[in-house]
Design a protein around this ligand. Structure first.
Ligand code: F3S
Length: 538
C-alpha cells in the first residue's frame, strides 16, 4: 500500500508559515487542526515542517517509536547551557540512558517515603505567618513552595538551609536563560546568558564543595544528592561533579513550574466546585484528622484527591505539546512522516476528545472511578507523556501535590478573589500555568472532624469487603517496551516482581495466588509507565 503525506493545514504565510497563528494561541491552533483534519495534520513554523498527531492511537505511535527514529534530544538543546555539556539531552544515547536510570532511584519508593513529611513540613513553615485570614497570589506561593520542597528533597539539607539564599539567586539566573532566543542562539554574548553561565559555574563549585565535605564524613545522608555521588556507570566509573550538578538541576527544573502550575489549578478548580472540595476535605479529615502525620502510605489512600489532580492535569496539562525530530521515516496508518520533519503530540488536545472523555470541558474527577475509568484506553491520558520517555518524576509530582493539599485543606478554607472565569491558562509561557495575578483568600479552619478514626475503620471495612470477591485466576502481564526499570512494582509486590541493579525486570510468578492480588494491583497502579496489567478471572 502506498502511503501518503499527512494533510496540510491551509493558510500558511510565505516564510512565516503558521507561526503567527500558532504563537497567538498554540492550543486553539492545535485543537482546530484536530477538528478539521483529524488525528494527523501538517503545519509549518518558518521553514520547519511539523506534524501534529493526537488521540490514543497516534499518541501510541509517537511514544513507542525508538529514539533512533524519533529523537527527543534535538528538541531540548536549549537546556544544554543549564544542565551542562554531556549531561542528559546533550549526552550520547547510551550515556543518556544510563544517566536517566541513575536518577530513577532518587524518585523511587524508598526515598519517597521520607519526602512526604519533608513536603508537609515545608508547607507548614511557609504558612506559619499567615494568621487567621489573608490573601495570596496562589501561583507565586506555589512556585516558592515547590522550589523549597524540590531543593530540600533533591539537593539535600546543605542547599536548603546553608545555601538557601545563594541557591535562589543561582536558580533565578539559570531560569532567565530559558527564552525563545536561546532556542536559536543560546550563546549570544548577552547579559542574560552571561548571568546564566556564571550561575551554572557557581552551582557546580558548590556541588563540588559539598561532595568533598561529605567524603570526609563517616555517616552520609540518604538523599538524592548522595545517591548520585554513589551511582556508577556500567563501566564502573563515577559521575563527575559537572554531571551530578546537571542531573540535579535538571530534576528540579523538570518539576518546578509544572508542579507549581498544577497545584495552583487544583485549588482554583476546587474553589469553583464546593461539592467536590467538600468531598476532598472529608477524605483528608478521615485520613489524617486534625494533627495526623502526613505519611506516604496514608497519602496513597487519598483517592478523591488523586482523581482531582488527574482531572486538573487533564484540563490543564502544563506541557501542551511534546516534540521529537524524525530521524527515520515514521509510518502511521495510511501516512508516512518523512525524516527531517518534526512530529509533535498534544496532551491538551488529546484530553479533549469527547468520544474518550465525554463533556471534555467539564471538571469531573469521578471520570476515573472504577465504574467509569475514562482514561483506560492506553495513551489517552498523557499529561506525563508516555512510553519509555514518560516523565520519571510523575510519582514525585503526585506525592508533592497531595502532601501540599493534605496540609493546606485541613488548616484553611479558600475562596477565589476574582470571578471564576478570570482564572485562565497563560499560553505565552513554555510551561503553561494560570495567568498572574492569581489571587485567593484564605481563612483558618475552625475544627476538623473528630471521628477520623471511626471513619477510617469504616473505609478499611469497605476495602475488606471488596477483597472478598472470589477470583479464580490472576495473570501478570508486562509490556517490556514500556518498562523503564522504576522498580516500584518490586516494592509493592516483591513476591511477584524482581528488578536488578540495571533495572531489568523479572516476573517471578506469572500466576500469583489470590493472597497476592492486592499487592499485584498496587504494583499495576503505581508503575509509573503503566507497563503492568493484572488480569483476573472470576
Ligand atoms: Fe518496570 Fe514499572 Fe516495574 S517501569 S520495573 S514494571 S514499576
Amino acid at each position: 500500500m502506498t502511503q501518503k503525506a499527512p494533510p496540510k493545514v491551509p493558510g500558511a504565510w510565505p516564510l512565516l508559515g503558521h507561526m503567527l497563528k500558532f504563537g497567538k494561541n498554540p492550543f486553539r491552533f492545535m485543537m482546530e487542526l484536530r477538528n478539521n483534519l483529524g488525528e494527523i495534520g501538517e503545519f509549518r513554523m518558518f521553514h520547519q515542517k511539523m506534524v501534529l498527531m493526537t488521540g490514543p492511537e497516534a499518541n501510541e505511535a509517537f511514544f513507542r517509536a525508538p529514539d533512533e527514529q524519533l529523537d527527543q534530544s534535538a528538541a531540548y538543546k536549549i537546556m544544554t547551557p543549564i544542565f551542562g555539556k554531556g549531561v542528559v539531552f546533550d549526552a550520547p544515547q547510551h550515556k543518556k540512558d544510563q544517566q536517566l536510570k541513575m536518577l530513577m532511584p532518587v524518585l523511587r519508593d524508598k526515598p519517597m517515603r521520607t519526602y512526604a513529611q519533608v513536603i508537609a513540613g515545608e508547607v507548614e513553615e511557609m504558612t506559619r505567618d499567615w494568621g487567621e485570614q489573608g490573601e495570596i497570589d496562589l501561583l507565586a506561593f506555589m512556585k516558592q513552595l515547590t522550589i523549597y520542597t524540590s531543593s530540600h528533597c533533591l539537593l539535600g539539607h546543605e542547599f536548603r538551609y546553608e545555601l538557601n539564599e545563594e541557591f535562589s539567586r543561582i536558580y533565578h539566573d539559570l531560569e532567565k536563560g530559558i527564552n525563545p532566543l536561546a532556542f536559536v542562539f543560546p550563546y549570544l554574548p548577552l547579559p542574560v546568558f552571561r548571568r546564566r553561565d556564571k550561575a551554572r559555574v557557581r552551582i557546580e563549585e558548590l556541588v563540588t564543595e559539598i561532595i568533598a565535605k561529605r567524603a570526609k564524613k563517616s555517616s552520609k545522608p540518604e538523599d538524592a544528592f548522595q545517591m548520585l555521588i554513589d551511582a556508577r556507570y556500567d563501566d564502573g566509573s563515577k559521575l563527575s561533579a559537572h554531571e551530578i550538578t546537571g542531573m540535579l538541576v535538571g530534576a528540579i527544573f523538570a518539576g518546578h513550574h509544572t508542579t507549581a502550575g498544577t497545584a495552583a489549578w487544583v485549588l482554583i478548580e476546587l474553589s469553583k466546585r464546593p461539592d467536590i472540595l467538600k468531598s476532598v476535605i472529608d477524605e483528608l479529615d478521615d485520613l489524617f484528622g486534625e494533627a495526623g502525620e502526613v505519611t506516604f502510605q496514608e497519602l496513597r489512600k487519598a483517592e478523591k484527591l488523586e482523581n482531582v489532580i488527574k482531572e486538573t492535569l487533564r484540563l490543564h496539562p502544563p506541557l501542551i505539546f511534546l516534540i521529537r525530530k524524525v530521524m527515520k521515516d515514521l509510518h502511521f496508518k495510511d501516512y508516512v512522516i518523512k525524516a527531517g520533519k518534526y512530529v509533535c503530540t498534544s496532551p491538551r488536545v488529546s484530553h479533549r476528545i469527547p468520544e474518550i472523555f465525554p463533556n471534555p470541558e467539564v471538571f469531573d474527577p469521578d471520570r476515573y472511578n472504577p465504574d467509569r475509568q475514562e482514561d483506560k484506553i492506553p495513551f489517552s491520558w498523557i499529561a506525563f507523556g508516555g512510553g519509555r520517555h514518560k516523565c520519571s518524576g510523575n510519582a514525585f509530582a503526585m506525592l508533592q501535590i497531595k502532601a501540599i493539599f493534605s496540609f493546606l485543606l485541613r488548616k484553611y478554607t479558600f475562596e477565589l478573589v476574582s470571578p471564576p472565569e478570570a482564572y485562565q491558562d497563560d499560553f505565552e509561557q513554555m510551561v503553561v500555568q494560570p495567568k498572574e495575578p492569581c489571587l485567593v483568600r484564605y481563612r483558618k479552619r475552625e475544627a476538623v472532624v473528630e471521628n477520623a478514626t471511626e471513619q477510617k475503620l469504616a473505609m478499611e471495612k469497605k476495602t475488606d469487603q471488596r477483597q472478598e470477591e472470589v477470583i479464580q485466576s490472576i495473570q501478570v502481564k508486562v509490556d517490556y517496551d514500556l518498562c523503564q526499570g522504576h522498580a516500584t512494582c518490586m516494592t509493592e509486590a516483591p513476591e511477584i516482581f524482581q528488578v536488578d541493579k540495571k533495572g531489568i525486570l523479572t516476573v517471578l510468578q506469572e500466576n500469583p495466588p489470590q493472597e497476592l492480588l492486592e499487592k499485584a494491583k498496587m504494583a499495576e497502579k503505581y508503575c509509573p509507565t503503566k507497563a503492568i496489567k493484572i488480569i483476573t478471572k472470576k
